[in-house]
Design a protein around this ligand. Structure first.
Ligand code: SF4
Length: 288
């Protein structure tokens, strides 16, 4: 059975940069805390913890003083920077430049147009989304489905953005319904659509479709809590019904490979390449 790892899968540059920053400081034996999981992958988190990274949650962060804390690629709301300043915490800011640009754009739109409803297509409570909502002092509305559009006032101006890792297909569906409704209200000229899905995600979407079609079985590797993982797995499933979502090798069921002559292994922007390689070796050694 042929086994291929998708060369386009694995960490995006935002995650690579955040991990490199952490590893550099840890190598110098600098005690380093990270606010929330640096990457949505438990096995990579175990590896980072073993080399000294300590993950803290917000409650702990608020009480900390005189420490060094890493901000992950997802970014943070302004409140986090204010707390750090007050408590003499040194921030190592690994916010991805793409997320940073989006935060600035949302802030600008919000401050320059106080009538405009700021809408973010994303997952409520997700760290990146919290950072985006924070740019509007909590006033942006987070939506995740067409049904959520009922919460909007179509008479007022609307600016719709997206969390960087959402599905481009779902975003297009929501925007097209939003356009329909605003056209019916006669307010379409008050709509601004800013497709802020990261290229690393939207390009992968297309590449992954080709990859998933090429193989009999697809093993998609991702942490269960990764938004990008869920979105990219749906892409695989839509073109190859023999697609399976796993987080680690022990979840593999070998009957999935009955009658298969090729297996493709791929993953999310938070899936380490070393993990996909381990899984390829595991499948190979058990199917010989
Ligand atoms: S998916 Fe894109 S925006 Fe998000 S961290 Fe990775 S590179 Fe940055």
């Amino acid at each position: 059975m042929k086994i291929e790892i998708d060369k386009y899968s694995g960490f995006c540059f935002g995650v690579i940069n955040a991990i490199a920053k952490a590893e550099k400081l840890l190598k110098e034996n600098i005690p380093l805390y990270c606010l929330g999981d640096l990457v949505h992958n438990n096995l990579e988190m175990d590896r980072l913890q073993k080399i000294g990274l300590q993950t803290i949650q917000y409650e702990e962060f608020k009480k900390m003083k005189n420490a060094i804390v890493l901000i992950r690629a997802h970014g943070e709301p302004p409140e986090t920077y204010e707390i750090a300043k007050k408590n003499n915490i040194t921030l190592i800011d690994a916010t991805c430049p793409v997320v940073l640009r989006l935060q600035k754009k949302i802030k600008k739109t919000y401050t320059e147009n106080n009538e405009t409803q700021i809408v973010i297509f994303g997952k409520k409570g997700h760290a990146e989304v919290n950072g985006l909502v924070g740019q509007t002092y909590g006033n942006a509305l987070v939506i995740n489905s067409i049904d959520d559009l009922d919460k909007l006032d179509f008479n007022k101006p609307i600016a719709i953005f997206s969390q960087t890792t959402q599905s481009p297909h779902k975003y297009d569906e929501i925007v097209s319904e939003l356009k329909k409704r605003m056209t019916a209200y006669g307010t379409i000229e008050k709509l601004e659509c800013i497709n802020s899905i990261c290229n690393q995600v939207s390009l992968r979407d297309k590449e992954l479709k080709n990859f998933a079609q090429k193989h009999d079985v697809i093993i998609f590797v991702s942490g269960k809590q990764s938004s990008n993982g869920k979105a990219l797995f749906e892409v695989c499933k839509s073109v190859n019904p023999q697609s399976y979502f796993i987080s680690e090798a022990s979840e593999i069921q070998f009957e999935w490979f009955n009658n298969a002559s090729s297996v493709g292994i791929c993953g999310a922007t938070s899936t380490p390449m070393w993990l996909m390689k381990n899984i390829a070796e595991y499948i190979e050694s058990h199917t010989k």
